[in-house]
Design a binder for this molecule. Structure first.
Ligand SMILES: [Zn+2]
Length: 303
C-alpha cells in the first residue's frame, strides 16, 4: 500500500544533500540584455564528450502538427560538456559530459540492465571523457552548473572531485514526478560522495508575466559575465545559461530543445519532457531572446 502510494505521488530526482547557493543575484531581463552587445570576459569551449543515438519520439513531440512528416527513429545526438574559463573566477563546466567509468561499469553507478537498455547505453560512444576535459583545464575546476539533473547530464560525475561545488535550478532536486522512481538510485549513485547540490536562488516573478519575460534571471558572479535563466518545463528546474564570451553572447539552451529541428520549428521535446506546454513556452522565450540579438550563438542540448 505504502509503496503504491509512493509511486502515485512520485518521488524526488535525488535525495543527495541540498543547500541554497551563496552565489547568484536576481536581475531584470533588461539588465541582462543591455550587456549583450559588448563582448565579455569568458572563454567558452563546447566539447562533444560522447555521441549517442536515442529515439526521436523522446527528443521531439512527434504529435505536434509540424512534425507530421517525421517518423520515429533512432536519432544521432551528442552529449556535451561546456567549459567556461573566467579570468577572475576560474574554470567551470555547464553539464558534465560522460566518464569512461560509466561506459565501462555502468552498474557501479546504479545503471541497472533495464536503465542501460532504456537509455540505449550501448549506443553511447566516448569521444572525450570527462576526466580528459577536466585534466585539460590548466587549473582547478571551480564548479559545475547543471542545466538539469537527467542522467545524461550527470554522467561525467565519476570524474568530478568531491570538493567541486555543484549548482542546480530552483526545484530541480525537490520536485516530485512518477518517472523519478526509475532513475533516483542512479542519480544518487552518480552524486554519491560529491559536494551538496546548491540550489540557485532564483526569485520567481509573479504571474502574469509579459509574453517575452523570463520567470527569473540571475547574474551568477555579479559581474554580468554569466547569467542563469530559469526555463522550467523539460524538468522542474531546467536552467539555460547565457555567457558573455570573448566571441559575443553564447546561449547554452540545455534540453529545453535537444535538437536543431525542435529549435528551428519551436517544437518541444517528446517523452523525455515533464511538462510539454511549459517547456514550449520556455523554448519560445529563448528563441525570442536569440532573435532580439542576432549575433548570439545558440548551443542546444544535444545537437
Ligand atoms: Zn539530455
Amino acid at each position: 500500500m505504502a509503496a503504491s502510494l509512493l509511486v502515485l505521488a512520485g518521488c524526488v530526482p535525488t535525495t543527495h544533500p541540498l543547500e541554497l547557493s551563496r552565489i547568484g543575484k536576481n536581475v531584470s531581463d533588461a539588465a541582462m540584455e543591455q550587456q549583450l552587445p559588448a563582448p565579455g570576459p569568458v572563454v567558452v569551449e563546447t566539447v562533444t564528450s560522447a555521441t549517442w543515438k536515442v529515439p526521436l519520439s523522446g527528443l521531439l513531440n512527434l504529435k505536434d502538427p509540424q512534425a507530421a512528416a517525421l517518423q520515429d527513429r533512432d536519432e544521432p545526438i551528442a552529449v556535451y560538456a561546456h567549459v567556461l574559463r573566467h579570468p577572475v573566477h576560474g574554470n567551470f563546466l555547464v553539464d558534465t559530459g560522460v566518464s569512461a567509468r560509466i561506459v565501462q561499469n555502468p552498474s557501479d553507478y546504479g545503471l541497472n540492465w533495464l536503465l542501460q537498455k532504456v537509455m540505449k547505453l550501448d549506443q553511447m560512444k566516448l569521444q572525450k571523457p570527462t576526466a580528459d576535459i577536466v585534466a585539460g583545464l590548466n587549473g582547478p575546476l571551480g564548479g559545475v552548473f547543471f542545466t538539469h539533473l537527467h542522467i545524461d547530464h550527470i554522467t561525467g560525475m565519476p570524474d568530478i572531485g568531491p570538493e567541486v561545488p555543484l549548482f542546480v535550478g530552483t526545484d530541480e532536486a525537490t520536485a516530485t514526478y512518477f518517472k523519478h522512481g526509475a532513475t533516483q538510485n542512479a542519480t544518487n549513485a552518480l552524486l554519491a560522495n560529491k559536494a551538496p547540490l546548491q540550489e540557485l536562488p532564483f526569485t520567481q516573478r509573479p504571474a502574469p508575466l509579459e509574453p517575452n519575460t523570463f520567470e527569473a534571471v540571475l547574474d551568477i558572479f555579479g559581474d554580468a559575465s554569466v547569467f542563469a535563466i530559469y526555463t522550467p518545463g523539460h524538468t522542474a528546474g531546467s536552467t539555460a545559461y547565457l555567457v558573455r564570451s570573448t566571441q559575443g553572447p553564447i546561449l547554452l539552451v540545455g534540453d529545453t530543445s535537444h535538437t536543431q529541428w525542435g529549435w528551428d520549428h519551436g517544437v518541444e521535446p517528446g517523452k523525455f519532457t515533464r511538462d510539454q506546454a511549459h517547456n514550449r513556452e520556455s523554448l519560445r522565450k529563448l528563441k525570442a531572446l536569440a532573435a532580439r540579438h542576432p549575433g548570439m550563438q545558440v548551443r542546444l542540448g544535444h545537437q
